[in-house]
Design a protein around this ligand. Structure first.
Ligand SMILES: Nc1ncnc2c1ncn2[C@@H]1O[C@H](COP(=O)(O)OP(=O)(O)OP(=O)(O)O)[C@@H](O)[C@H]1O
Ligand SMILES: [Mg+2]
Length: 287
């Protein structure tokens, strides 16, 4: 990388560089985080899977919502993006009751202010997808918030706009995934605002890090589901009785391999492209 490229910061997974005033370089590492802790062991090629899948979905949904993707680089893990003012909320859409949504429902019968029917099971499909935003915690865990708290952070008009766009994106991608035998249980999106004040979809989109993907043929509501996402690593970490604070546990080789296989499986099933073809020519993800 040339010296003129300025390193802006490191996220848990990505390195951010400024190419100029308008453009960022986002480089996805092979780091994996569970329960907001970056683990000491990397998953080979994970950053390429995230980058390729995001690029694929940006290309697929570009007509629905403008996004930040400008160019995908040869290494398969770096993208040139429009530099945006990010909104301070995570835009989560849930079609099924899992994770913190399930926990909130058990405790209150609601998720982010949406009152839900009584007697729902863990992982059950909701009557309709709901928008369930969260704060972007600088440290610690993101917190689920309701409409009033979200609107206080981004403004009423923006809130309504990101809710509508997030639900549209979820519906579009979950319909495509369903045709491939995959349930998109929930997903997290991030939006930014460009210099003209327009909303732009940013960050990563519909990857195993930002979404729960379940194989439809194994779907059994009433408990957690097998998945193509991080659940395999989460389960391993929880089996150790780890307290979910730094430092996280090292992953043994079989957990690394099993995780890598799940990420690549998700890439291949969702894009219909062999991962080896993506490595040889990342441009194939753009269709
Ligand atoms: N187009 C963009 N313009 C500006 N910032 C962006 C853009 N796309 C993504 N980002 C930001 O880049 C960072 C990506 O890094 P990463 O995903 O590793 O972070 P993270 O672990 O999710 O944690 P955090 O979001 O709290 O930094 C995020 O902070 C995200 O909001
Ligand atoms: Mg992130």
């Amino acid at each position: 990388m040339s010296d003129t490229v300025m390193h802006l910061g490191s996220g848990k997974v990505r390195e951010l560089y400024a190419l100029d005033d308008e453009r960022l370089l986002l480089v996805a590492s092979d780091r994996i985080s569970t329960f907001d802790v970056v683990l000491p062991t990397e998953i080979p090629d994970k950053g390429r899977v995230l980058t390729g899948l995001s690029a694929f979905w940006f290309a697929q949904t570009g007509a629905l919502v403008p996004n930040h993707l400008l160019a995908l680089r040869e290494d398969g893990r770096s993208t040139e993006c429009r530099r945006l003012e990010m909104l301070p909320i995570e835009c989560v859409v849930r079609g099924y009751l899992a994770g913190s949504g399930w926990k909130d429902y058990l405790a209150t019968g609601e998720v982010c202010g949406h009152r839900l029917p009584i007697g729902l099971l863990e992982s059950q499909q909701l009557p309709e997808p709901i928008f369930t935003p969260a704060t972007k915690a600088q440290t610690g865990h993101d917190e689920n918030i309701d409409r009033a708290a979200g609107a206080a952070l981004v403004g009423e008009g923006r809130y309504d706009e990101v809710e509508r766009l997030s639900l549209e994106l979820y519906r579009s991608v979950s319909e495509r995934a369903a045709k491939l035998g995959i349930i998109l249980a929930d997903t997290k999106l991030e939006f930014g605002v460009d210099a003209e004040g327009r909303l732009v979809l940013a960050d990563e989109a519909f990857t195993p890090d930002s979404s729960r993907f379940w194989p439809a043929d194994e779907f059994r509501p009433g408990g957690p589901q097998p998945s193509f996402d991080k659940q395999f690593v989460r389960d391993y970490c929880e089996s150790l009785g780890w307290d979910k604070t730094y430092p996280g546990p090292e992953l043994p080789a079989d957990v690394v391999d099993g995780t890598r296989t799940r990420y690549i499986d998700a890439f291949e099933r969702l894009t219909g492209t062999e991962f080896g073809r993506y490595l040889a020519d990342p441009g194939v993800a753009l269709g």
